[in-house]
Design a protein around this ligand. Structure first.
Ligand code: HEC
Length: 159
């Protein structure tokens, strides 16, 4: 058996110099495969989701009243200085219609991860061009992000 290995190696070596396309592919090492790029302009970037920890957020047909109420409290403390509930712009865009402009995951990623979103996301960058202020990270918990989204849905007329 120990004579077989050099023979096999020689056969691979010879065939890789044989000139055919087939044998050239076989001689390529699989370790040259690169992982998917995550840099800006990555074609696998999902603009409906944005970038951050949320991906498939389940949204019920009706608004969770308790969550919406909790969200409204966070809004008055952390968001109302820059966002109106109408469609009028203050520092940032008014929130009317915000839940139809974006998916739940996008909104929750944006509000918990604004810096990276403003660096990478086309919709966020378009807003920045109009508002000229980078929305600051408000250090929201996952729960607060969820509650805020319920409040936005209520504000958009979801029952
Ligand atoms: C200092 C001002 C400021 C504060 C405070 C602020 N935002 Fe913003 N927000 C902005 C700006 C400005 C934009 C537009 C994007 C940009 O330029 O960064 C924005 C954009 C948004 C958007 C997207 C709006 C759209 O129409 O698509 C959402 C959602 C949002 N903010 C949620 C929040 C939430 C939730 C809070 C509170 C926890 C908050 N913001 C606090 C300034 C602010």
């Amino acid at each position: 058996m120990k004579y077989l290995l050099p023979v096999v190696t020689a056969a691979i070596f010879l065939s890789s110099c044989g000139g055919g396309n087939d044998s050239q592919q076989k001689s390529e090492s699989p370790s040259t495969e690169q992982p998917a790029q995550t840099a800006n302009g990555n074609p696998s970037y999902d603009p409906n989701r944005g970038t951050g920890k949320f991906s498939n957020v389940e949204v019920a047909a009706t608004v969770d009243a308790a969550k919406a109420e909790a969200g409204e409290k966070v809004y008055s403390v952390k968001c109302s200085s820059c966002h109106k509930l109408s469609d009028e712009k203050l520092v940032g865009p008014g929130w009317k219609g915000v839940t139809s402009r974006h998916t739940a995951a996008w909104v929750m990623n944006f509000i918990t991860n604004p810096d990276e979103m403003l660096d990478k996301d086309p919709k966020a960058q378009a807003m920045l061009e109009i508002c000229l202020v980078r929305m600051p990270n408000q250090n929201l918990s996952d729960e607060e992000a969820h509650n805020l989204f319920e409040f936005m849905r209520k504000n958009d007329g979801v029952k």
